[in-house]
Design a protein around this ligand. Structure first.
Ligand SMILES: C[S@@+](CC[C@H](N)C(=O)[O-])C[C@H]1O[C@@H](n2cnc3c(N)ncnc32)[C@H](O)[C@@H]1O
Length: 297
């Protein structure tokens, strides 16, 4: 346990020592305070600090972890091992083994692909057209092999750009999946969204489907903020995402977090975006977590 960094210099300890025998020990330990450990603590007044940190602070911390999903998420999404943020590292490992196919993009639910695309096309229509977003250029974020690009965006926009962290998905999109439409993809960005800054004032629509769940709250807020700057006049960001029925739910297999709609709304507001419209995707089986579409600018 690292208490040495934050513990005060043991000046008070020396004054309060009940037994002079310990004074010398405490004095000797003072210079080595940074290396404080269990046995050293046992010989100084800091033992009391150590003890109360252990028994009271950690008891409260464990209570918070158990009771409050947001607190539980913090250690999970912020864990670093050998300089790697594990939340992102695990997602990267997961997608390395995912085949570049519609089945791969949809997990165990490829049968809902058609309903999903139909729902998206209908939702998109509301924001594109005269007096609304133009049809010049769209960006598909976390595009995978381009399932949404092909089924929703390419039929509407003159040209497109796509971003995903996995190179094998982008290659498959370009070489096979998009067919001749691949000629209208201006740029493929092989980036993790948390490190990606889209070009300024470029897109009429930015689509994010089933990828917001792969970003931490902070990174998602910052990414949405950057997306806002890359919209053209009347441009919109459309997020389509699983929303937890309660609190936040972590899936340790693909390293994703599903958030309750209210939590997502807070993130959107923090990114300085205004929600234009919001709708639940209908027609999915009940076993699937509710999926919502949110348009914002
Ligand atoms: C469930 S798939 C969805 C793909 C596509 N949006 C669709 O609906 O078919 C999630 C995609 O997000 C990508 N992804 C996950 N985490 C990402 C990150 N941090 N940055 C960029 N892409 C990420 C994965 O590589 C994968 O292609």
């Amino acid at each position: 346990m690292e208490i040495a960094e934050t513990a005060p210099e043991p000046r008070e300890s020396r004054i309060a020592l009940p037994n002079v025998e310990f004074a010398a020990a405490a004095e000797a330990l003072r210079d080595r305070w940074k290396d404080t450990d269990d046995s050293m603590c046992r010989h100084s007044m800091s033992f009391h600090l150590h003890h109360s940190l252990r028994s009271e602070f950690f008891a409260s911390y464990l209570y918070l972890i158990k009771e409050i999903p947001m607190v539980k998420l913090f250690p999970v999404t912020c864990e670093f091992i050998k300089g790697e943020k594990q939340f992102y590292y695990r997602a990267q490992q997961f997608y390395e083994d995912v085949p570049p196919s519609e089945e791969g993009m949809m997990g165990d639910f490829v049968e809902i692909c058609h309903v999903d695309l139909e729902g998206s096309r209908e939702f998109l229509k509301r924001f594109v057209g005269p007096g609304k977003a133009d049809t010049h250029c769209a960006l598909d974020c976390g595009c995978g092999i381009g399932r949404v690009s092909k089924g929703v965006l390419l039929p509407v926009f003159e040209k497109m750009e796509m971003a995903d962290m996995m190179e094998h998905f982008l290659l498959h999109a370009h070489e096979e999946y998009l067919g001749e439409d691949a000629d209208r993809i201006e740029t493929y960005y092989c980036y993790s969204l948390q490190e990606f800054t889209p070009p300024k004032k470029k897109y009429d629509v930015i689509w994010m489907q089933w990828v917001a769940c792969h970003l931490t709250d902070k990174d998602l807020t910052n990414f949405l903020f950057r997306c806002k700057k890359s919209l053209r006049p009347n441009g919109v960001i459309i997020m389509k995402e699983n929303m937890a029925r309660q609190g936040c739910k972590l899936d340790p297999i693909d390293s994703s977090i599903s958030r309750h709609l209210d939590i997502m709304k807070c993130i959107i507001a923090r990114a300085g975006l205004e929600i234009l419209d919001i709708e639940k995707q209908e027609g999915f089986p009940d076993v699937i977590m509710p999926v919502w579409m949110i348009a914002m600018q």
